[in-house]
Ligand binder design. Sequence first.
Ligand code: UDP
Length: 470
Amino acid sequence: MSTSAVDMDSVRAAPTPTCHMVAMPYPGRGHINSMMNFCKILASKKPDILVTFVVTEEWLGFIGPDPKPDNIRLASIPNVVPSELVRAADLNNFVEAAMTKIEAPTERLLDQLEPLPTVLVAEIFLFWAIGFGKRRNIPVALFWPMSASMFTVIQHFHLFAQNGHFPVDISARGEERVDYIPGISSTRLVDLLFSRNDGSNLQLLHRFLEAFSWLSKAQYLLFSSIYELESQANDVLKAEFPFPVYSIGPTIPFLDVAENISLASHDDSDLNYLEWLDCQPRSSVLYISMGSFLSISGAQMDELAAGLRDSGIRFLWVARDETIKLKEVCGDMGLVVPWSNQLRVLSHSSIGGFLTHCGWNSIQEGVFCGVPFLTFPIVADQMQNSKLIVEDWKIGWRVKEDVGAGSLVTREKIGGLVQNFMDLESDQVKEMRKRASEVQQICRRAIAEKGSSETNVSAFLRDISQCHGR
Ligand code: UDP
């Protein structure tokens, strides 16, 4: 096993940065993307900051070639967690490894860093950073790359037991509504974190609760949330913590899109799908992606492929490992690719909708681009994200009404739903698309000068610069 390393050659920032921030993401694509995008926003606003971004060697290989500003450098620790390629196969084991095995090598690395770190930004699962920061007198900001709504549910989890909703038989009571969690509107039990009956979500939940028990010891809290889109949850959480809480979403690569930068490590080899999109009519293509690592069952995949083919609608499907198989069954109207530059695709004028597993990055990206959603949540926060889209923001429809094991959505249902969803002449669809544009405007205003996210990012930068050297 090799030792920790910092790419010193990559540091071309000012020789004496006023602030040296060490960013420590959880080792998964969505998490790394979210934290890196946040770092890029910081780096663009404060050229004299130095960011050291710590990843495993595997991730160094994945993201090393990606373009990044001069004042962000990568540092690596050995591969102490299972490979990203098998993450989905045993998610609980992976989360446990991330929570327990990353600490020692990262702390060794932190002690060798030059200049000394002045602030640590750690994803909440890496909560041990708080203990390290305390011992070294370095302030710690915990970073939450999901919705504020999901955060408030975990933060107030004890209320479920108090209200007779935990433990609970979801198959019998899933349609019951929860209206006692501060900051979120009435929500079906089935749309909450612990709703799957196979036990895996419960284990995940316990991991979340363990991480959350450390929160009160942090110095700052960062939410990847657009304040206006979850204002009640954000207000509740700001009031509950004795330290600064910043809503800094969307943490998506909007700076890269503005500068027309592609994500080199994945898609430079095959950009044909963008040319294909150029040839399709405006708003005519449904984009389909289940994110970076999760999959639906083989049987469900078959139904989805047949439903899409039978719908006659144009589609672009990111199918990762299933690409070759799906190419054969999808017919002429669809293009199936292993990976895409997602934000570029969603920004394309021919995209008319997004069928998604509801990962938080994907949601933020779709919102930023003003596309309506078809939701197909799989695990963790995704059911709640789907609920935000369908019930609160009203910018999408559910493909799957509940999230129980074994409930297959048929090709007939999918085909019909996709046809209705992509019917630009339908009044219902027109209304949904109008809402999607309104929500997009809220998102764009948040990141514009003096918008809520821009103001919060500036406040965070000011606060961490002031505490330098304390
Ligand atoms: N992504 C991408 N191209 C793809 C599929 C996914 O660039 O073909 C990116 C997407 O833009 C997002 C991340 O991978 O930044 C997936 O994160 P998300 O939170 O949506 O889901 P996860 O993969 O973590 O479940």
